[in-house]
Design a protein around this ligand. Structure first.
Ligand code: ASP
Length: 321
């Protein structure tokens, strides 16, 4: 009897250690896809690592000072949007008409409030526009010219479409046109999830979509539940990958709901969902944080630009599998 009571105490202590809530944490991705060591120059690898480090440190410092997870997510994503390296903001991929059209979304896990914009061509930082939709409009999702006038009316920086266009993306478009394809298996979307000291989770994602897209195609990124989801009772998730498959699998919400209804760990839930994406023929990855501060960075591609940092001292930046 005494032995079994001891055993029970031991089990509950161990499981509470497992679920020990860490103070705060942040995770970021810069897209998944055919990213291999063989296809990457040392200079490019260094540039990606440095930018990921700068981005995650920016968000981490905000959390460390007691700032909100929403501020951390927005500021981190802005750094990646302003860098030409990633498929978001400056350096976004080009549509069939050689235009940059961007999508972004953000969600507050504390009150399930969310904001998204799609098909915008002139907003320098789409993630900030998504946040303004969430906080300063009666809506969740604005698109195109309307989203742009809204952003302008709220004082966001507006730039010409040329600002976003780079030679690297022009070359990719020419290649994609030659092969008449939409999917080049390189998804450079950016995303971030943060858990702040108050236990609030926020998540955001920003993208230029897919190279050679036509007909104002919109991917998973601005769709709440597919590209982005956050709920303080479960987790926050940001996706990257072949958007059509992420929409059909409602990826971010699917992971959250497995935690909510089946009490699964974030790792297992993410694996299950990414398997569903793969079984339908899609590919990509996700990053996420659960309410205990456990972080997941999972993908079914060769690589994913990714970084994490937690208040317990853990810190990691990786590109390849
Ligand atoms: N998910 C994005 C889209 O389909 C692409 C990406 O992740 O890079 O628009």
């Amino acid at each position: 009897m005494f032995k079994s009571i001891l055993l029970l105490i031991l089990i509950s202590v161990l499981s509470s250690c497992n679920n020990k809530k860490i103070d705060f944490a942040i995770v970021v991705h810069g897209g998944a896809g055919t990213i291999t060591k063989a296809s990457m120059s040392n200079e490019m690898e260094l540039a990606y690592n440095q930018k990921l480090e700068e981005a995650i440190n920016t968000g981490y410092k905000i959390l460390e000072k007691g700032g909100t997870s929403l501020d951390a997510v927005e500021s981190t994503i802005k750094i990646l949007e302003n860098s030409e390296l990633f498929n978001a903001g400056k350096g976004s991929v080009l549509s069939n008409e050689e235009i940059v059209e961007m999508d972004a979304s953000i969600m507050n896990g504390n009150n399930l409030n969310a904001g998204a914009i799609s098909g915008v061509r002139t907003i320098k930082n789409p993630i900030s526009a998504a946040r303004l939709v969430m906080e300063k409009s009666d809506h969740v999702f604005l698109s195109g010219i309307g989203a742009e006038s809204f952003a302008k009316s709220k004082g966001l920086e507006i730039v010409n479409n040329e600002y976003f266009i780079t030679q690297r993306r022009l070359n990719s478009l020419l290649n994609a046109k030659k092969r008449d394809t939409l999917n080049d298996n390189k998804f450079g979307t950016v995303g971030c999830v943060a858990l702040d000291k108050l236990g609030n989770i926020a998540s955001g994602t920003s993208t230029g979509g897919m190279t050679n897209k036509k007909w104002n195609r919109i991917g998973d990124v601005p769709i709440i539940g597919a590209g982005t989801y956050a709920n303080n009772n479960t987790c926050g998730i940001s996706s990257t990958g072949w958007g059509e498959f992420f929409i059909r699998n409602v990826v971010a919400y699917d992971i959250s709901s497995q935690i909510e209804y089946k009490n699964l760990s974030i790792d297992i839930a993410a694996k299950n969902t990414l398997n569903k994406v793969k079984n339908l023929g899609g590919s990509g990855g996700i990053v996420g944080i659960d309410k205990y501060g456990n972080i997941v960075m999972d993908f079914n591609t060769d690589g994913m630009y990714r970084a994490l940092k937690k208040s317990d001292g853990s810190f990691d930046i990786k590109i390849y599998r």
